[in-house]
Design a protein around this ligand. Structure first.
Ligand SMILES: [Fe+2]
Length: 316
């Protein structure tokens, strides 16, 4: 079942699994157990029961098709639970059935907790998901040369105030910039990127910011702070033309005409085609002082803003 909901000036499609499909998801979740040594749930992908009706399989196919070919982003409702442990296992089950989970850090984790640890800033080397900083429009697939097919952002708890997700379709940005072909040419050229947080050993790689899929759909790879940092580390400062192109891109990204805004509620899951959509979040104020560590036995209602993130590749 799909329907359109109004959010700010734009619309994001909303989807909810049928009761049959959701029950199959719960059955798959019940079979999962955390790893006995690490206590992490994101070690073994979930499996569907061979006796199930196929409702979940069919609806996951619908979700993939909408993201691949139609809307490129989808808001899926209905994942509200009480405890952090239950939320983690439910989102892991859903994500690992939707696609093949990718490693997201040097520790080999496949599911990442997004909340403010109260520590370093992005400029001081922290990764975005460990801070409460907003304002940097980016896509997640900037630290690995191979793009992410599906980005999952699942809301366990929202902030006291603010923390909206801003979603930006790369196609709309491309249209805004077609009036400036010389800028587009620079963005199609190579920039340096870094594998921040992905491996013990730092590696830089070259890739364009703007490229196109086989179907001709604009694709993006962008996180300005990471690009600037990579160029600095390589001793190859951005050229004046590259800086100008990034300024044009940032200005286009700042236009309300290209932005969708959504305040994710607890239990809502955003799925997007990461290389066709950029995102950021607005500033937020928390209910409690930040904590570096939280426990799986915590109730979600007692936490500050808390999201789970997964990066998926399409199943073969
Ligand atoms: Fe992100």
């Amino acid at each position: 079942m799909t329907l359109n909901v109004s959010n700010f000036r734009q619309e994001v499609s909303k989807f909810k699994l049928s009761n049959n499909a959701f029950n199959e998801l719960l059955a798959a979740q019940d079979k999962l157990a955390p790893d006995s040594l690490t206590h992490r749930i994101d070690v073994t992908p979930a499996l569907l029961d061979s006796q199930c009706s196929g409702a979940l399989l069919e609806e996951l196919g619908t979700v993939r098709n909408m993201i691949d070919h139609e809307r490129h982003v989808l808001l899926i409702d209905g994942f509200k639970v009480d405890t952090l442990a239950r939320f983690k296992s439910l989102i892991w089950t859903f994500g690992s059935l939707l696609g093949v989970p990718m490693v997201q850090n040097h520790l080999g984790h496949h599911m990442i907790e997004v909340y403010d640890r109260g520590g370093k800033s992005i400029e001081e080397g922290a990764r975005y998901h460990q801070t409460k900083q907003g304002a940097y429009v980016h896509n997640d697939g900037v630290s690995d040369p191979v793009p992410i097919d599906y980005l999952i952002l699942a809301c366990g708890q929202k902030a006291l105030l603010g923390g909206e997700s801003i979603l930006i379709d790369a196609s709309a940005v491309y249209v805004e910039l077609t009036a400036f072909p010389e800028i587009l040419e620079v963005l199609k050229g190579d920039f340096l990127f870094e594998n921040r947080g992905m491996a013990e050993e730092e590696q830089l790689f070259r890739a364009p910011i703007l490229s196109f899929s086989d179907e001709g759909i604009p694709q993006i790879r962008y996180f300005r702070v990471y690009i600037e940092s990579a160029h600095l580390k390589a001793g190859q400062p951005l050229t004046a033309l590259q800086v100008q192109a990034l300024d044009f891109l940032d200005t286009a990204l700042d236009q309300s005409s290209v932005q969708h805004r959504i305040l994710l509620e607890p239990g809502q899951v955003l799925v997007s085609a990461d290389n066709k959509f950029l995102h950021t979040r607005t500033q937020f104020i928390e209910q409690h002082a930040p904590r570096a560590e939280i426990s799986d036995s915590d109730c979600l209602a007692t936490l500050n803003r808390y999201m789970l993130r997964m990066w998926l590749r399409k199943p073969s």
